[in-house]
Write a protein of this length. Sequence first.
Lengths: 173, 98
Amino acid sequence: MPPILAVVYWAFAALAVIAAAMCITRRNPLASALWLVQTLFCIAILFTILDAPFIGVLQVLVYAGAIMVLFLFVIMLLNLGRSSGDLKGLVAAAVAAVLGTGLLLDLRPIAHAAPPDAIVLPPGMLDSTLAHQGVVGAVAGPLFDTYLVPFEITSLLLTAAIVGAVVLAKRKL
Amino acid sequence: MFTGSTLAVSAVLFAIGTMGVLLRRNAIVIFMCVELMLNAVNLAFVAFAQRLGVAGQIFVFFVMAVAAAEAAVGLAIILAVYRHKETVDLQHINLLKG
């Protein structure tokens, strides 16, 4: 592993955390949304470093591209860009800080999580799969083979979501 | 590589998302914080996929599809509520309180 990779990794990990913190503290919802886009881009770069370049591209296209545009569109449609005072008071901030810190302490063991040896792949296995099948093929192969039924159910879910969104947002049916 | 540190970053992002849900009153911003939590979980999936095989990356794909569906329906609900109440402030949307 080249040392520059660790520098890039930690730079973007830190940027992701900072942007997430900015996202939850900005008063303007528009600024919040744009900081969230920044976080999503940083996470996409982390995906790419973690041997998942295809997921990183999907993250930029689907999350930062499609979903966040939907959010920005609704914020602008409802003209919330100038609204302020959306943050709760000091008491709520203290409660959020205490509960958030507690959650972080609860989640601390996950950083040392060690899956049982029986299911851990030999080192370099994922790299060789990616090199052999290509970054798209390595994901697409099992997706259309082992996970074909969940994949088809996803299409049903998306159809239901489209119909539901149209029904909900329509003024008169 | 980076598995432990990625899981730590993922836990921090998840906690920040939770704090955002507790801190904000705007329904749309709370919704964005939930998206942030989903992304933190995706990061953990990808970190584990490095050691346990490509299935973790496929799960991220499914989480993204569910998040897209959720965003479409959720924002439609927020639009419908706004049309009815003229606000997206959750303090004023308390009809279910009884």
